[in-house]
Design a protein around this ligand. Sequence first.
Ligand code: IPD
Ligand code: CA
Ligand code: CA
Length: 274
Amino acid sequence: MHQEKIDFLMTLLPNIRMKYLNQISTMVTVKEDTFDNIVTDIDLKIQEELTSTLSARFPEITFLAEENDLQEVSDQMWIIDPIDGTKNFFRRNEDFALSIAYYEKRQPVFGFVYDIAKDLLYLGITGQGAWVNQKKMDRVKVRTLHESVLDMNLKTTFTLNAKKPGCVEMLSHEVFAHRSIGSAAISLCRIAAGSHEIYISSHLKLWDFAAAQIVLEEVGGIVILPYEPNRQIAGKSVLLLGCSSSKLYEDLKAILFISELTLPSKMNSNKNGE
Ligand code: IPD
Ligand code: CA
Ligand code: CA
């Protein structure tokens, strides 16, 4: 039923990658009153190309897209981040991704995350599995906290510590290593691919993680969001915890006992059902 949309994107996304791969950004704009919230001309061009091509082919589907306030909630939605990891794109030219998810009746149906520099196209289809470059992904390995690599940025550290003083220090003594990739979509996909195990980020919007969440959950990973229906659909930012297994989530919960990251017991039993 959704195969037509998936096939269309399977052709469109590599074309967009080829077109913009070697383009140098010529314009960087500060979006709001904070100096570090930037957008480049390439973010805007990719979003424009995606939205115009998709709306010509599927006119009934609306967009929740990061740039230009293109945010119309409906029963059939594309959720788009044209470049997730704009600062990586701008400074390092790696670890940035194009992210697009398709939602129906506010539920995830499928999502693509394209790691542009590495040419890795992840696809997750709810209830069917996840693929990278069309190869089915295995279920993620269950690892202990001592074996886990944590991906978290400095701002999230402050947010967690303000909610539960000392928790980040405790966590730092328990994990194998920590890193900060700088693209929520890639971070979640790397957990799915087995190179990291934990990602925690405050202040994410739905377009940052909608597609990657599907990929990770389809290989047995866990994504915890505040249990507040429609908060993310309404465009509000959220605190997100992604990890490779429910066992790991239980261990993390004991350290980070933060209400937003704790599911009500009924949902907990569903999440633990693997
Ligand atoms: C950002 C990245 C980053 C996360 C920020 C997001 P952008 O998205 O995902 O890793 O820490 O909260 O806003 O601005 O590069 O699309
Ligand atoms: Ca983003
Ligand atoms: Ca972006």
